[in-house]
Design a protein around this ligand. Structure first.
Ligand SMILES: Cc1ncc(COP(=O)(O)O)c(C=O)c1O
Length: 421
């Protein structure tokens, strides 16, 4: 028999060789298909992205950058990385892109390494107000290595207090200002951050891990024209493989590249970089712009339905793909709501809300997002129904079975990994 031109994953082989592990893959696919996935930072990546990830590119060591590697035999994988870089630059209108960070946290570590020395001052959003733990939490390298000053949201509007950001910047003269969040439902005004950074001579970094997909599709304004460095993940609303990336100006290109490799990482994951290239190309299609727009429309519909059921949206609503919900009016903790939703077949996460009286293990809130449901083809009507089902699961745990059945009916029509999208 002649040699096949392609060799890729053979699930039957895995099942025969390692049935126990194969079972995990089957069970996780079943979990993703049969539950309602409302985790704001998750998505169903495309079959083409999955195919690139499950490829023999995983075998190749390629420390360095295209044309400048420390290993031989990189001429083929170089093509994949060049495509990923060019597509990222084109998609986001960026001067330079580094597609090697293994994750969002790695991208942030590299960006800090490029711009700061240990002990330098950085100003970033506080974790309890929606910031990410890589933005200066004491449990993370960022909080240990840098002198971190945090800003938050106002008590009355629950939106970023730009006056506080400016006051803190003037007082502490940070070398770096970080904007971007992990649980903030509103638009961030990057031009205001740019103005403050210029006023104090700081670098501006936007960590838009959550919203980069919406920016790619033009559903919300982009951070790229305003920030010196933009870090992001490729696996959330952007719907690519699990990973990170960095965009920056030409001025910072060499510093960012040196910071990613060799300062914080070794060999790049070439199979994931190839999958990033596939994901970036998908995000350039007109269908993706429509997807991103629908994600936001769906989030609004979901948020309105939750509000109508007595679940208070933090800041009064959403402009993005997610809502943060204050459950105190219902007297249910975030942890309890997470458990009750799980019993009804709904996956979401508890989340602290601004000025939360409860610790992170309990919380007074939940966070919900629409990237998965929108990929599954659901529209605002379905998301309004989903809002009612979430509220039902949280408020009436005795009805978990009926809610599960309703969700099964919804997912029978909107099943992931059955039809093309
Ligand atoms: C704002 C932000 N930055 C960074 C990250 C970290 O990304 P990863 O989990 O890929 O390390 C996240 C993940 O949720 C995030 O929301």
């Amino acid at each position: 028999m002649g040699e096949e031109p392609y060799y890729g994953p053979d699930f039957g082989l895995l099942q025969r060789q390692d049935p126990e592990l194969a079972r995990v893959l089957l069970d996780e696919l079943d979990r993703q298909r049969t539950g309602l996935q409302l985790v704001a930072g998750e998505n169903f990546t495309s079959p083409a992205v999955l195919a690139a990830m499950g490829s023999t590119l995983t075998n190749k060591y390629a420390e360095g950058y295209p044309g400048r590697r420390y290993y031989g035999g990189c001429e083929v994988v170089d093509r994949a990385e060049r495509m990923a870089v060019e597509r990222a630059r084109r998609l986001f209108g960026a001067e330079h892109a580094n597609v090697q960070p293994h994750s969002g946290a790695s991208a942030n570590l590299a960006a800090y390494a490029a711009l700061l020395q240990p002990g330098d001052t950085m100003l970033a959003m506080a974790l309890p107000h929606g910031g990410h733990f890589t933005h200066g939490s004491k449990v993370n390298f960022s909080g240990r290595w840098f002198d971190v000053v945090s800003y938050g949201v106002r008590r009355d509007t629950e939106t970023i207090d730009y006056d506080e950001v400016r006051d803190l910047a003037l007082r502490h003269q940070p070398k770096l200002i970080v904007c971007g969040a992990t649980a903030y439902p509103r638009l961030i005004d990057f031009s205001v951050f740019r103005g403050i950074a210029d006023e104090v001579g700081a670098w501006l970094m936007a960590d838009v891990a959550h919203t980069i997909g919406l920016m790619a599709g033009g559903a919300i304004p982009s951070a790229v024209p305003h920030a010196d460095v933009v870090t992001f993940t490729t696996h959330k609303a952007l719907r690519g493989p699990r990973g990170g990336a960095i965009l920056c100006t030409d001025e910072l290109a060499a510093r960012i590249d040196r910071a990613v490799y060799p300062f914080v990482q070794g060999g790049p994951l070439m199979h994931v970089i190839a999958a990033k290239a596939v994901g970036f190309a998908e995000a350039m299609r007109p269908e993706f712009a429509e997807y991103a727009r629908r994600v936001v429309v769906n989030a609004r519909a979901l948020t309105e339905a939750l509000a109508a059921a007595g679940m208070r949206p933090v800041s009064g609503g959403t402009d993005t793909h997610l809502a943060l919900v204050d459950l105190r009016p219902l007297d249910v903790s975030g942890a309890e709501a997470e458990r009750r939703c799980a019993a009804a077949g709904i996956t979401l996460n508890r989340n602290v809300i601004p000025y939360d009286p409860e610790p992170a293990s309990v919380t007074s809130g939940i966070r919900v997002g629409t990237p998965c449901a929108t990929t599954q083809g659901m529209g605002p009507e379905e998301l309004r129904e989903v809002g009612g089902l979430v509220a039902g699961a949280v408020c009436r745990p005795g009805e978990a079975r009926e809610i599960r059945e309703r969700i099964a009916a919804l997912l029978a029509i909107h099943r992931p990994y059955l039809s093309e999208y």
